[in-house]
Ligand binder design. Sequence first.
Ligand SMILES: [Zn+2]
Length: 284
Amino acid sequence: MHKRFVARLGVAFLLAGAMWLAYSQGPPQPAKLDLVKIKDDLYVIHNEVVPGNSTALITNEGVVLVDDKFEVDHDNIIAQLKKVTDKPIRYVINTHHHGDHSGGNVKMQQMNAQVVASEEARQNMVDGKQPGLPTIAIEHHAQIYLSGKNAELYHFGRAHTNGDVVVLFPAHRTLAAGDMFTFGDATPQLIDYAGGGSAKEWTGTLDSVLQLDFDTVVPGHGNVTTKRDMAKFRDSTLTLRNRIHEMIVQKKSRDDIAQMLRKEFHWEQLHLDRGLDGALAELR
Ligand SMILES: [Zn+2]
């Protein structure tokens, strides 16, 4: 039993790694998805094995969807939404440029959905030659109004990437956080320096987000949770930054710091590859 659990966890880590690294192409197999209800008109489309999330606001005139996973997941997303609405997807918001959040853009655009992202995320997609570029780009703040409901988009600064957008559903006091907040040891903090991420600025960006008025949070990866858990995660980003800085001052080696990150912050090879050298340069 225990062995099987560990083996499954291992697979989950591998899949999570593959997921976060795949910027332009999806995994060969579609993920198994299920629907988590937050309210009658707000749902999370949740990956079962590696818990990645999309969030859907249902209105009489159509759906506002936050993140569209990999292209290979498209049909399954549509099938999940069919369970709760027969209306079309009107807007897709990419919280950032990574393929597990924006990989479905082309297919969504073929269905006449407008894709929205931050200017920075869009630029990252241009640089990465990703298909399905957003047609609407925001700098700091935007609102999407549809059929008497609304979604508020905010881009506060650097965190997981330089283009992270969070989406607030004010009527539901619910925030879709993207990968700026990942919940649980299986999905540790990933700082994508190549995508403009920053260990130094992450905490301050979260402070801005935490000023918004909400109770429920849909993390980029991990189960739906509370603002309190997001605040705890904010503190862990500060601890992480301070621990790295301390060890640099103590002239610890890169290997020592990598060991610490594995042990104390559950970093895997993927997180070290994406984040360690950038963090060492930034926190010196
Ligand atoms: Zn990501």
